[in-house]
Ligand binder design. Structure first.
Ligand code: MEV
Length: 306
């Protein structure tokens, strides 16, 4: 048997606009997916998980099949099994599907003795995301493989960002499930209805991301908080927030968060709040009072799956 583990993520700045080629900042968090690959007597590729739905497992089956075929297609007749155990909430904007795909691909490649490069694992992860939501930027599988905090730009070089001070984040899950594909399509409709407005929003996000990178590197968390708030405003503008998410975003700010925003595809899922040192407990309990289904104090993971 071979095993692999891959982290989930939060997007600090730039989601959705990254699908259109803009840069975004993403961080790996200590919520993880585990995958165990083994040979079995039952012919075919079998992917099991008690938590992940069959719809979400199908893309993983397809990319694992691609990987097995690249090594020895006869293994499919013999039988291969991948069991997944994930601690990342599903459909919540925390990169669960990418982490599950990355862990499964990596465990299978280890079992088959394939020494895949990071970018090869990412590109199989992106294939799985394409099946799931049609138009992925690639940010989720990339952070899951590399870990840490990254400045990501589709098709561009990945840049690691080293924070001068720890970035303390509280994550609150609204409990509303939503599909990334639906949210990305909705934003696409808005972008084609208002191309001139959307292009100005894109350039504004580009500026915010640039300033957020500087703020992280300089350890200026007040500045970073302000940028997160402005980024949230733009996410509201493109229609990916709603009253439940707004309630959490404002509860966090009223409890002293320096900034708070929707993270990931929105429409439901999670918000993140940036806390001053030692203030995350107070913010977390306000978020519970404001109706969050679950609250996590995120620890940023320096290592990814590889
Ligand atoms: C999903 O985590 C982030 C989106 O920007 C989609 C993507 O980049 O693939 C909404």
């Amino acid at each position: 048997m071979a095993e692999a583990v891959a982290p989930g993520k939060v997007i600090l700045c730039g989601e959705h606009f990254v699908v259109y080629g803009e840069p975004a900042i993403v961080a790996a968090i200590d919520l993880k997916a585990y995958a165990y690959a083994s040979l079995t007597d039952e012919p075919g590729i079998h992917i099991y998980s008690s938590k992940v739905s069959e719809d979400a497992l199908q893309p993983i089956r397809e990319v694992v099949k691609l990987l097995v075929e690249s090594k020895d297609a006869r293994l499919i007749d013999k039988g291969l099994m991948v069991s997944i155990n994930s601690g990342i909430p599903i459909s919540a904007g925390l990169g669960s599907s990418a982490a599950v795909a990355v862990a499964s691909i990596l465990a299978t490649s280890k079992l088959l003795g394939l020494k895949l490069k990071k970018r090869e694992i990412v590109s199989l992860g992106v294939k799985a995301e394409e099946i799931i939501h049609g138009r992925p930027s690639g940010i989720d599988p990339t952070i899951s493989v590399y870990g840490g905090i990254l400045l990501f730009k589709p098709g561009g070089k990945i840049r690691r960002i080293k924070p001068a001070k720890p970035v303390e984040l509280v994550i609150a899950d609204s409990g509303l499930k939503r599909s990334t594909g639906v949210m990305v399509r909705r934003v696409g409709e808005l972008a084609s209805r208002y191309p001139d407005v959307f292009s100005r929003l894109r350039s504004t996000v580009r500026m915010l991301v640039r300033r957020a990178v500087e703020a992280i590197i300089e350890g200026d968390i007040e500045e970073l908080g302000g940028i997160l708030n402005m980024n949230h405003g733009l996410l509201s503008a493109i229609g990916v927030s709603n009253s439940r998410l707004e309630k959490l975003v404002y509860a966090a700010r009223e409890a002293g968060a320096l900034g708070s925003k929707v993270t990931g595809a929105g429409g439901g899922g999670c918000i993140i709040a940036l806390a001053r040192p030692r203030e995350s407990d107070r913010i977390a309990s306000s978020l519970v009072d404001a109706g969050a289904e679950a609250v996590y104090k995120a620890r940023i993971l320096e290592v990814g799956a590889m």
